[in-house]
Ligand binder design. Sequence first.
Ligand code: ATP
Ligand code: MG
Length: 417
Amino acid sequence: MLTKAPRGTKDVLPSESYKWQYVENLMRGICEFYGYKEIRTPGFEHTELFLRGVGESTDIVRKEMYTFNDRSGRSITLKAEGTSPAVRAFIEHGLYAETQPTKLYYITPVYRYEKPQAGRLREHHQFGVEIFGAKSASADAEVISIAMTLLKKLGLNNLELRINSVGCPVCRKNYNRALKEFLGQHLDELCDDCKVRYEVNPMRVLDCKVESCKRVTKEAPLITDYLCDDCRNHFEELKKYLDALGYEYIVDPRIVRGLDYYTKTAFEIISKDIGAQGTVCGGGRYDGLIEEIGGPSMPGVGFGMGIERLLLTLEQNGIEIPKPEGPDLFIAYIGDEAKLFTFTFANKLRFNGLKVEIDHMERSLKAQMKYANKLNAKFAVVIGEEELESKKVKLKNMATGEETEILIDEIEKAIKN
Ligand code: ATP
Ligand code: MG
């Protein structure tokens, strides 16, 4: 137990962390271009927030939350998704009183008690963006375009964008009645979970991953046939904006998403290469959520993208993330006096913006040079008594083997050129 991480968690080792840094930097960069600002919310919240914000009928609330009482008996839940904490902070700090819309993004761990498998973990990480305060379908399309831009920049051109409208409480009332009537005739074919969903929120059944349920819902009435004028117009507008951006998409009336609070737009971006856990990105509009959590009546739209699934998809597509470069300079030393000099000199060069490595293992000169090679250093110098005396070194270009004699004081300039 002591040397084994909990089930469903993963260490990111240095041999992998550069990939995370690469995609995270790309996410931050794209958000900057679109004008989204980072929000960081706590790793845990009052349990009520998720009960309210995610919805009692969802898998997350029903069976996936990490909930416990803290030492003073408060019910606490580890961050189970990113949207409701962002909404809570938006309300708590009065951001709704500022100029709208509010455009936010986050990169955060998320905790769900699920059966661990490829692309499904108990601690996973999400990149998410949200726009609060904008009801126009252009906001939905902008959010989608952030996800699409990221995927395109990463070289993933073969993912499927699936969109739907899940309507609003008005049109959903009629739809739910029709759906319930249909499902009622197939109750015995549904899984136990779906029998409960049938009672609490029948639309959830459409999201079930059990084969027999999928078979039943193939024939189910479609929400798109029940949309009210407002929702239908919004959906048409969304398609107009997506068409304008040249995105291909599939209208999939079966997308309801895992959270209760979605209204109008729901979408997923799916990779067919990573199997059952193929949804890389999921999001939609949640016009009732801010008010539901205790804020003013304001619309919102956003998405969450699983970073582990994104990396898995890149791997499956044979897309390699550039490996970090080696140090600019390796300084080998001979003797104690030279070591002290090297140690301080390296520090100065680093301060001035060069990546510099030295040995800490008391290696022989030959072994130090071997180590420099292994680190993939671009240049190397050796400093011993003689070099300290003459203030001159031979700067070796590790790629070509070429050596140039220069003053120690000139090293920085030489490498920067
Ligand atoms: P799924 O239907 O696959 O369970 P979800 O509807 O629960 O997904 P969201 O709550 O919308 O997913 O989360 C957004 C994204 O986060 C998902 O599209 C997926 O990429 C990722 N994700 C969700 N749960 C996990 C998990 N347990 N492990 C890894 N990634 C996950
Ligand atoms: Mg889920």
